[in-house]
Design a binder for this molecule. Structure first.
Ligand code: PRP
Ligand code: MG
Length: 213
């Protein structure tokens, strides 16, 4: 890859569910990255410096100076990150939805005073603000479906992929708030200072998607 200034491209990969898809699409694009070895969180691999971060933090790293990253559109929306999004990636497809115990029949616009458990307080607040409904938001970091099941929340806003976790916990989807997909993120300044390298990377990934990744 041509280098304008010889410095590596810094690429932040997400830990967890999006990691295998991220590595696969990059590999198919001829970009052989792997997560840093053992407990190291950053490693030089060829012309890249690879970082491994929590999925929820990836857009923050990219906004504050890491050149490129991959994360879900749910996280970018929640963080309100100021990053460039040159490509939507064909994996990590799911949706962010409002869900409630199956026996409940209340509509979102009638949820005034309800307590909503979620990993996404920003998106949840904005969703209910649009409905002019005031809810209490209970921020949790995972296993959100547990909250209504044990009675500490009335509803949840969380990721739904197959719907298995909802079903297994007696919950039903009330309303989809947004479709979610993995995204390629680029830092605004890097897009200028590493213009050629970043464009080449984006084109390579775009070609793989065009070939039906
Ligand atoms: C995610 C998400 C849902 C579930 C959705 O949880 O938060 O709970 O997967 O997938 P499904 O519709 O196919 O069941 P995850 O397993 O990542 O754990 P966490 O919520 O504890 O982070
Ligand atoms: Mg979960």
């Amino acid at each position: 890859m041509k280098r304008s200034n010889g410095s590596p491209i810094r690429f932040v990969l997400p830990k967890g569910r999006l990691l295998p898809g991220s590595l696969e699409i990059l590999q198919r694009a001829g970009i052989e990255l792997r997560p840093p070895a053992e407990r190291r969180l950053i490693e030089r691999i060829g012309s890249y410096e690879v970082l491994l971060a929590r999925a929820f933090d990836v857009p923050v790293y990219v906004e504050y100076g890491i050149d490129v990253g991959i994360s879900g559109s749910d996280v970018v929306e929640e963080r309100g990150s100021d990053v460039l999004i040159p490509l939507e990636l064909p994996f990590g497809k799911c949706r962010l939805s409002l869900a409630m115990p199956a026996e409940s029949t209340v509509k979102p616009e009638d949820m005034d005073g309800y307590r909503i458990a979620t990993k996404y307080p920003g998106i949840t607040r904005r969703f209910f603000e649009m409905l002019d409904v005031e809810v209490e938001i209970l921020k949790l970091h995972g296993s959100i479906e547990l909250a209504p099941k044990i009675g500490i929340a009335d509803a949840i806003v969380d990721i739904v992929e197959t719907g298995n976790t909802l079903r297994a916990n007696g919950l039903v989807e009330v309303e989809k708030i947004m479709d979610v997909s993995a995204l390629l993120l680029v830092n605004r300044i890097a897009q200028k200072t590493k213009f050629e390298e970043i464009n080449e990377l984006v084109w390579k990934v775009k070609e793989v998607i065009g070939d039906g990744f």
